[in-house]
Write a protein that binds this ligand. Structure first.
Ligand code: 3PG
Length: 206
């Protein structure tokens, strides 16, 4: 898939689940819950030791799912994620070294920003689809609109504090490509599957 095709897929999916695996045994049941719930997509975060292994396992067992790496903060993690089969890379902030690594591998990179200065650093690396994180703490939709007024070619994936109560408001703004979040990942696999189904129905107006 080209990076353009990946962005089109993210736009169609509307939600990018942010997933933390504390243990490799959680990977298959939680991935199954996402897939069965109708959201075959995951940003698997490098916040735990097993992140790269989790990505590898998820990619192997769910080959048609769209699986990326999140909380990637340096080149080493970025390379590990790419080797493990990640299809996109997300950072909480903007990292020039992760941007360079992704460019070398022609890998889709969604860096985090909250200020115009950070947006400019990302734009200077040719990046125009950016994560806005942590969205609710930094003014949410109001700030996103102000930033997009200055940089009209940007597309934004807000993450942080997004939930069933506010996601539709974010998605209604046309510069928002999708929203990231972990609200649907709580509880048992059966509970996750149910929350995912509700989230998918919500964003598709059902
Ligand atoms: C992230 O890293 O993107 C966030 O932890 C997700 O934020 P949320 O848990 O508030 O959805």
């Amino acid at each position: 898939m080209t990076n353009e095709e990946k962005l089109a897929l993210i736009k169609k999916t509307k939600i990018v689940p942010v997933v933390v695996f504390n243990n490799i045994d959680e990977v298959l049941p939680k991935m199954e819950a996402l897939v069965n719930g109708g959201l075959p997509c995951a940003e698997i975060t490098f916040r735990t030791e097993c992140a790269a292994e989790a990505i590898k396992l998820a990619v192997k067992n769910f080959p048609t799912a769209f699986i990326g790496a999140g909380t990637v903060i340096n080149r080493n993690q970025c390379e590990q994620a790419i080797v493990a089969g990640a299809q996109f890379i997300v950072s909480p902030g903007f990292s020039p070294e992760v941007a360079d690594c992704c460019a070398e591998h022609n890998m889709l990179y969604l860096p985090g920003i909250v200020t115009p200065t950070e947006a400019m650093a990302a734009i200077a690396k040719g990046l125009t689809t950016l994560k806005f994180f942590p969205a609710s703490n930094y003014g949410g939709l109001k700030t996103i609109k102000a930033i997009c007024a200055a940089f009209p070619y940007l597309h934004i994936m807000p993450t942080g504090g997004i939930n069933a109560d506010n996601i539709c408001e974010y998605l209604a703004y046309d510069k928002i490509i999708a929203c990231g979040g972990s609200w649907m990942m709580k509880g048992t696999p059966a509970e996750i599957e149910q929350s995912v189904k509700e989230a998918v129905a919500l964003v598709n107006g059902k």
